[in-house]
Design a protein around this ligand. Sequence first.
Ligand code: SF4
Length: 324
Amino acid sequence: MHFPRLKIAVSDCLRGTECRYNGGHAQDDFVNHHLAKYADFYPFCPEAAVIGTPRETIRLVEEQQGVRVKGHKSATDYTEGLKAYGDKMVPKLLGMHLDAAVVKSKSPSCGIERIKVYQPNGEWHGSKDPMTSGLFTGQLREQAPYLAIEDEGRLQDAWLRENFMLHAFTSARWRELLEATPSLADFQIFHRDHKYLFMSKSEVIYREMGPLVANTRADNLEDQLQAYQEKMFELLAHRSTKGQVRNVLDHVYGYFKEQISADEKDHYQQTVQEFIQGVIPLIAVIKVLEQFLNHYGSDYLSTQVFFHPYPADLALRSEVSAFR
Ligand code: SF4
């Protein structure tokens, strides 16, 4: 099974670089011990580049002219320097054709969400006051709304991690397809092989993608690839639910229904029920279907990415909590 090597932008402190305000790092095991096996990293650290290390802590402050980034102690306004860094660095990163980004949580530069915006007098009034993303990650999301972005804290959640990996590896497969200047046949194969993966994310959007492929000819291939890409990224932003995954499992089961024994039917039904109840992980149901596939065969199913969307040793599908 071929898996493309991912291209991932990452907050440098998560890699263990000592670039935090106090000269420390925020080394993250998932990034460095799991993701690193399958990804090339493109690091960034806005604050070290603009303010230096060590440095005073900074925070977001709501002022008349908008949200500013200010030194906690000195009240120095670092906004313009940090913005200029993002204006330069974000296009540079995107020029590498990234598949995803992992950012540091709770940082006024790199945080993805829930970063406090303080009052001009330095107070924060709890949930009444606004929260936003960090300045750099805000710039990145604005220019690349299609990109899979998570922070290391959210990636502790098996469901978010599963969806992040599906998004990142599918983006990478699409990137590889485009890099190879695909023919119409290559495009059709990509769509065919992703059928069940896409259905597990959004059957409605998947159904809208079909006509884009069906109406493609050699003379409109480029336009159709572009339109398909937009739909695909819209779809990838959806997170799979247990119900959607069950729908896909039942579709796959449907291929074997006429051939398998009553005992095998019972075994499948019981296994899928236990998956829905959160007793066993998805991988257990997939193994049952793979047994049917090995025994009875199906050329169509054997190439479905749904069965192997990312390297198995990431083991996300072994976690009961990877689906909600
Ligand atoms: S959170 Fe961002 S700005 Fe802060 S040290 Fe890490 S990479 Fe640098």
